[in-house]
Structure formats: C-alpha cells, structure tokens
Design a protein around this ligand. Structure first.
Ligand SMILES: [Zn+2]
Ligand SMILES: [Zn+2]
Length: 404
C-alpha cells in the first residue's frame, strides 16, 4: 500500500525473532540510572517465532499457591487480568502458567505492575506486547523487562523518540532482547490458547499504530485494541470475528469503537481501562451510549479497580463488579477539535469542570440539546433556549452537533 508496507514485506521475508531467557521477576529495587544516551534508533525486525513448538511448554514451578485467591480456577482455564493502573493499560493473560503481558501502565505504575505479577506468581513472560509507544502503555515496560524473565517482545510498527520508549528499548537491549513486529495474523501459542496480531503495518498516528491482539481459547475470543481508533477498526473490520470480550480502544474515547466495529465483533463484555476523574473525560459519552444501546455489559477500572475474567474455553465469567454507562466526569465533545488530543499525551487543555458548565441550546419540544447555536437542526426554530445540559432536560446531544 505504501513504502512502509513494502518495507515490512521485505523484512517479513526471513528474519526470525530472537527468544532469550533471563533471570526471573524480582521486586528488588535497583538503581535506575538508565543511560540517557543520544537518541536510540530502534531497529525492528519482524517475528516469525513459531510458538506452536512450545505447545507442550509448562512452567513447572508455577505454584498453585500463587493463585489461591481464585478458588474456582480449574484446569485449562485462561485468566485475563486488567490491572488497574489508572488511565493506562496493563493486561496480564495467564494460561495455566504461561503468561503474556499487553502493556504495563504509565511510568509511575511500573512498581504496581511488577508487584501485581509477583503477587500472581508470574515469573516468566512468554510474550510481552507493547501495543504502541505512548507512555500510558509503554511506561512500565522497562521495569517489567528489568525484573522479569521475558522471552519475546513484540512492538508496533512506527518510530518513537521519547524518553519512555527509549528506556523500554534500552532495557530490552540490556537483556539482549530484540523487539520485533509480529507477523500479521500468525498464531502464537500460549498453553491452551493462542493469539493473533492485527494492524502490524502501523497507522497514521501513534494510537493507530496500536497492535490489536485477538486471543482465542476454545470457543472464547477476546480482543484487545490498545489505543486503536476508527481508522484501524475499518482497516481490520473484515478480519474480525464475533468476540466475547472487547478491551475497548483508547480508554473509551469517542475516537474509537465505531458502530460498525461493534456490530461486527458483537462483544458480550466491554472492558474499559480508565482512571477516575481523568482529564480526558474517558470514557466518552458517545462510546457509552453505543455500548448501552446494544446491551453490552461494561466493566471499567475507574469504577471497579482490577478486573479479572476467566475463560473456560466455553464461556467467560467474572466476579468483578459490573460498571455503569456513565461517561467520564470531564467528558466533553470539545476534544474532537483539539489537535493535541489526537496523541492524548501532550498537555492537552483539560476540562476545568463538569461539562454541565458549558452552554448548550435546545427548543422546548426538541428531543436533544445542541452544542452549536448555529446547528442546522436549530436554524428554523424561532425560540431557542440556552443554559446547561441539565437545564435543558434533554437526554442526548444532537447527532449533527456530534458529528461536527
Ligand atoms: Zn495512545
Ligand atoms: Zn492509551
């Protein structure tokens, strides 16, 4: 499609990933004098590590004690842990002692993530996936690499020259690990489950470089979107099956989770990783409305903390507390026009209060409120009222304003 795809195609041709093992997870604190060298250029090769050879891998020393807090776990179950790190992603998949970690929270979450892994007896991470380079996903990865035994490190296709990402790449390099872009659609085996990765050719923004991971365990399918947005959803739409669980893209932002994507994937559970009162207003009300309209059960870390799902291969269960359909308390529609919000992590102008302080417009008999006084839906009305959203008493924003 473009130069980049060609480039990827060429490297896909033959490079094997390097898989190495190191000392196990330790919670010891070490000096973090990470070398702050000149810019690190990440050379990324593509992985063809065929995990099917490892089908018989078992982690012998995985003690049952480490999972004693889950009495209902039976042989062959796969656990999916959404670690509450605030408005950031950290997801542990434990398939009978074979572990995979998708992202590791922000820089200040790294101890929490390593402690969580230790608490679960996870010493060895067979697959470490960095969905994309943003700090709220890659921030804790360097510490995980330093403290755990990592076998394979998968990264997205793109450039990132941030301190956070350099720290991660340097940590890998210090352990002799070579990050690779996984092959699109290839099956990587855990123990009883396997995963495939989509969107490996990158995208137009860092969020849209997100690797999308589809985990299959028997009949159960779980889809992890990273921060992939609309652009990616349309690109991979035709490859998507019905899924049981969707880790909603980009913390529930309206930039992700299109109607078309939900209608194709038909999740039973939607998981949103977001922080209480985060400045982005995640999850956004458009997303919550789409989930509510379809009756999809929502689980969110801002309301319920750590979330744990168990897949038997014939259905997914959770004892975690179900969430509601409320949007984030700072949720406004202003973000869509804020270019700095695109990346999400530059200092964007956070909303200084609830969106109920903003002026909206409506008519007495209208069913919706309007954000714009000159909305075409209002133009013909003679008496336009104004005030806050709650003054309006209308349940939702006009579709025309929303699309503007
Ligand atoms: Zn991001
Ligand atoms: Zn993010």
């Amino acid at each position: 499609m473009n130069l980049r795809s060609k480039f990827i195609g060429i490297i896909l041709a033959g490079i094997l990933s390097i898989s190495m093992t190191f000392t196990g997870c330790s919670s010891n604190t070490t000096d973090e004098n990470s070398s702050n060298n000149s810019s690190t250029s990440t050379s990324i090769s593509s992985s063809d590590s065929d995990a099917s050879n490892s089908a018989s891998d078992t982690t012998e020393d995985q003690s049952d004690k480490s999972r004693s807090n889950n009495d209902t776990l039976s042989d062959g179950d796969v656990q999916i842990h959404f670690i509450d790190t605030g408005n950031s992603d950290a997801i542990l998949i434990d398939d009978g002692g074979v572990a995979m970690l998708i992202d590791a929270g922000d820089n200040d979450d790294e101890r929490a993530v390593v402690n969580y892994l230790n608490g679960r007896g996870v010493k060895d991470i067979k697959y470490l996936v960095s969905t994309h380079a943003h700090a709220d996903h890659a921030g804790g990865l360097d510490e995980v690499v330093k403290k755990c035994k990592v076998e394979n490190a998968f990264v997205s296709n793109g450039d990132a020259d941030t301190r956070t990402y350099r720290d991660f790449i340097m940590a890998l390099s210090d352990k002799g690990l070579n990050p690779t872009v996984p092959l699109e659609g290839k099956k990587f085996k855990l123990k009883n489950s396997y995963f495939e990765v989509f969107n490996t050719n990158g995208g137009s923004t860092t969020n849209n470089e997100s690797l999308v991971v589809l985990l299959t365990h028997g009949k159960d399918k779980m889809l992890f979107m990273g921060d992939a947005e609309e652009e990616v959803e349309y690109e991979i739409l035709n490859k998507m099956p019905d899924v049981d669980l969707l880790k909603v893209g980009h913390h529930g932002s309206h930039s992700s989770t299109t109607d078309a994507f939900l209608d194709k994937t038909k999740p039973e559970y939607a998981v949103i990783l977001c922080g209480r009162n985060n400045k982005y207003g995640h999850p956004h009300r458009e997303t919550m409305r789409k989930l509510k309209d379809r009756g999809i059960d929502v689980y969110r870390t801002d309301e319920s903390g750590d979330l744990l799902f168990t897949s038997s291969g014939n259905g997914i269960k959770t004892n975690s507390k179900k969430g509601d359909y409320n949007s984030g308390s700072n949720s406004t529609d202003e973000y869509s026009s804020d270019p700095s919000y695109e990346s999400g992590y530059s200092e964007s102008n956070s909303s200084d209060g609830s969106d109920n302080l903003k002026t909206v417009y409506w008519t007495k008999n209208g069913k919706v409120y309007h954000k714009y006084r000159d909305c075409s839906g209002l133009r013909k009305s003679k008496s336009v009222l104004s005030g806050t959203i709650s003054d309006s008493g209308k349940p939702r924003l006009c579709k025309i304003c929303e699309g503007r």
